[in-house]
Write a protein that binds this ligand. Structure first.
Ligand SMILES: Nc1nc2c(ncn2[C@@H]2O[C@H](COP(=O)(O)OP(=O)(O)OP(=O)(O)O)[C@@H](O)[C@H]2O)c(=O)[nH]1
Ligand SMILES: [Mg+2]
Length: 389
């Protein structure tokens, strides 16, 4: 049974990441097994230090919790440990923020040994800062504020030490796994195979495209973060008369917790070592532009911003005929002087995939023949954005 939950998003004005629809948060909540029953938005100049929202809004949320018999409240932004604790006291139900939700989904989805270790590390680091909450609960049990050195404090010290030790263990295990993978990678590098990596916002259709291009059956699902572990397969490029190695990776999302990016650095290594990135975009999404920008930000964070890209505008079949692009392959200027080829495809019905393959072959052609790739700025520039972008 999914847990009924109230969703809350606060608009802090220009520059803050506020989604008035809360659709993405709802999808995240569903992916985590919650049932979003009400959505509440608020507008404020700055977060309230104690409650994040104003006390009037907090009361409105409380009323909604009672009316809908919700068992939790989820905020679309990151809460401080104190705000989370105060809100839980005020609302009388558990409170989670976007970060906790993403960590929970990752924890539920992780499959490989490495993926599990990475998520555990990120969660432990998140918990380590939240321990104060536990302390106040214990404090209350043992007689209230002012009682120092009681069992509450001893317990917290113990928990903190245990978490610290666990973090150390997990880190050293991760090191070991990483070394093994390095050896495997070196073997692959020696084989000289060219590498192509799929990157993009979560739910853009990377796995569907991966399956279509390699004729395999990786899980593709209408959920956020369906894929957590990097999957790698050979892709035959008839156009080049050669195989390349194609990898499907974890999706990105707005406000991806930094600790998670850190923890997943090894998984994302595949992307940072690729010869070409296929940046998959859900062309039918009204937020396609923001999502692309977010992907660029994460690519920069992992040091992959200089790898040549091909933009793959996917879900062509969902674009209204009236809004359909005039040409299905062109180039756009992603950043000043950085011109990137773009191809419209439908991973679902296969439209445009031949053109995409051709582009990959062309992009890799100098490498296939042992020469260096041209710089991005030497590519021809066409009319920039049109259609769904
Ligand atoms: N209509 C349509 N749906 C598509 C297309 N490509 C993917 N989808 C659907 O979009 C949803 C997400 O697809 P996935 O391939 O799992 O997306 P992903 O990018 O791998 O997502 P994560 O692994 O969660 O980051 C699924 O329900 C797919 O069936 C397409 O070309 N057209
Ligand atoms: Mg996927």
């Amino acid at each position: 049974m999914p847990t009924p939950a109230v969703l809350v998003g606060v608009d802090f004005g220009p520059g803050s990441s506020f989604d008035p629809t809360l659709d993405e948060l709802a999808l995240l909540a569903q992916s985590a097994g919650d049932d979003p029953v009400v959505r509440i938005t608020a507008k404020r100049k700055a977060p309230d230090a104690a409650l994040f929202v104003g006390s009037g809004k907090a009361d409105e949320i409380k009323a909604a919790v009672q009316t809908h018999q919700a068992r939790g409240v989820i905020f679309d932004q990151a809460l401080s440990p104190a705000q989370q604790r105060n809100l839980e006291q005020h609302l009388g139900v558990p409170v989670a923020d976007r970060t906790a939700l993403i960590l929970d989904i990752f924890a539920a989805r992780a499959q490989s040994h490495e993926g599990k270790l990475q998520v555990e590390l990120a969660r432990l680091q998140y918990q380590a800062t939240r321990l104060v909450r536990r302390w106040t609960h214990l404090e209350r049990q043992t007689g209230g504020i002012g009682l120092r050195g009681g069992p509450g404090e001893a317990q917290i010290e113990l928990d903190r030490r245990m978490i610290g030790e666990r973090i150390k263990t997990v880190k050293s295990r991760l090191e070991k796994v990483k070394k093994q993978h390095q050896t495997q990678r070196r073997a692959r590098e020696k084989s000289g195979a060219l590498r192509v990596s799929l990157v993009g916002y979560t739910n853009a259709g990377k796995s569907t495209l991966f399956n279509a291009l390699t004729k395999s059956r990786t899980l593709a699902a209408d959920q956020l973060f369906a894929t957590l572990d990097t999957t790698t397969r050979q892709m035959w490029l008839a156009e080049a008369g050669k195989s390349v190695v194609l990898s499907d990776t974890v999706g990105f999302i707005r406000d991806l917790p930094h600790k998670l990016v850190d923890a997943f650095r090894a998984t994302l290594y595949e992307a940072t070592e690729a010869d070409v990135l296929l940046h998959v975009v859900d062309a039918a999404s009204p937020l396609a532009g923001e999502q692309m920008a977010e992907v660029e930000r994460v690519l920069e964070e992992i040091g992959a911003e200089r790898i040549p890209q091909i933009l793959v505008f996917n879900k062509l079949d969902l674009i209204e005929p009236a809004a359909e692009p005039r040409v299905l392959a062109d180039a756009i200027e992603r950043a000043p002087g950085v011109v990137t080829p773009r191809v419209f495809v439908s991973a679902k019905d296969g439209r445009g995939l031949d053109v995409l393959r051709q582009h990959v072959a062309t992009r890799l052609d100098p490498r296939l023949n042992g020469a260096a790739l041209p710089t991005l700025s030497t590519l021809p520039s066409h009319d920039p954005v049109h259609g769904a972008a």
